[in-house]
Structures are given as structure tokens and as C-alpha cells.
Design a protein around this ligand. Sequence first.
Ligand SMILES: Nc1nc2c(ncn2[C@@H]2O[C@H](COP(=O)(O)OP(=O)(O)OP(=O)(O)O)[C@@H](O)[C@H]2O)c(=O)[nH]1
Ligand SMILES: [Mg+2]
Length: 203
Amino acid sequence: MMSKTELLSAIILAGGQSSRMGQDKALIPLQGIPLLRRVSEVALHCASEVYVVTPWPERYQNLLPNACRLLQEVPLPGQTEPHGPLVGFAQGLAPVKTDWVLLLACDLPQLQVNVLQNWATQLEKTDKNVIALLPRHAKGWEPLCGFYRRQCLPILFDFINEGGRSFQSWLAQHPVQELMIQDTRILFNCNTPADLERLASYQ
Ligand SMILES: Nc1nc2c(ncn2[C@@H]2O[C@H](COP(=O)(O)OP(=O)(O)OP(=O)(O)O)[C@@H](O)[C@H]2O)c(=O)[nH]1
Ligand SMILES: [Mg+2]
């Protein structure tokens, strides 16, 4: 099994509106631990650097492990509306030094260190031309629980500068490799109060 690797950084996105949940998902405690902290702890076991990208660093600074780096997300010039996860990702990718980055949403309560470490062992075998290694579902890629090459940053900025905001549209323009996964429960993300109840009944 691969241990925490020097080849990998992690970016956690924590800047969504949580409109379906009705309260900030990142702060919701599960077994006493806020969701964002749980995801951060998993990421720290898998990656040498962990960045949390958010417009509200002060909201999270006291709940994160010290080893995580908070990155203040900034609005795009001339825009005031929330810009979404693709722009958050681009801003998080800017300081990354490793060849690969693990991108995670903050609302993934079922992540498991050993499973992510096992996924990471596939990075070395990934074709040179692919920009990302991601799980797939019926409607497209699963963009917020998978791996990206740092080198995708210039093409990502180009896409954003042309007004693109959709992960699916961006990914459709470039080679992406499917990450084969055995158990899709790891991808369960908690978007609504009903999702939270379902989660309580699993545990
Ligand atoms: N940094 C950053 N993260 C974002 C942004 N928009 C969404 N995210 C994150 O992307 C992940 C997936 O977002 P969703 O599950 O759609 O959550 P959301 O946008 O907060 O929720 P809804 O308002 O209910 O759609 C979560 O970790 C969000 O925090 C953004 O503008 N900036
Ligand atoms: Mg979600």
C-alpha cells in the first residue's frame, strides 16, 4: 500500500452556498467532528500538502488541523456572484507544486484513507496525456473526488477566462481517464437534511 506521498497535494473546496442544506455543510458535526475537519484529516493522511479553498478562512481556521493551509478565495475581477467550484479549484491549484492533486468536496462523509491511498497508486500508471483521473457515473464525471494533473492549470484558466464555469463542460474538452472504483458509497455527498438522516441510519 502507498503511504502519504510526496507526489500528491490535496485541495478541499469549502466555498459553496449550502443552499439545499440550509446551513453551512462544512460546519455540520458528525460524531462531534465538523465535516470539513473530517475531510481534512483524511486528506492529510493521503497528501503531503493540504489546501482548503474558501472565501471565509476565518470561519474555519479554528477547526482545521494545523497542517492544513487555508487559501482565501478572491472574486474574479468585475464579478460579484458566487463563482462556483471550478474557479475555487483553479485558485487552489495555483500554489500546488506536486504533479498531481487530489480534489475533494467538503461534503464527503464516507471518505476512507486506505481507499484513497489505493486510488493514488494508479497515478503513476496513468497515460501521459490525461489531465485527470476521475470516477464516472451515469451522467458524467465525478469531479470533486478524484485526481488532476497540476499541468491542467493553464487550460483551466483559459476556460474560465472565456466564461466557462462547468466542470463537466471543461472535462468534456480534454482526455480524462476513468478511475475504477469498487464501492461507490465513498462518493456519497451530503447535500440535504435528508442526506444527513440517511447517513445517520448507515452508522
Ligand atoms: N471554494 C469554493 N468551493 C465551492 C464553491 N461552490 C461550491 N463549492 C464547494 O464544492 C463542493 C460541492 O458543492 P455542492 O455540493 O454543490 O454544494 P453547495 O454549492 O455548497 O450547495 P448548494 O447550494 O446546495 O448547491 C462543496 O465542497 C462546496 O463547498 C465556490 O464558489 N468556491
Ligand atoms: Mg455536494
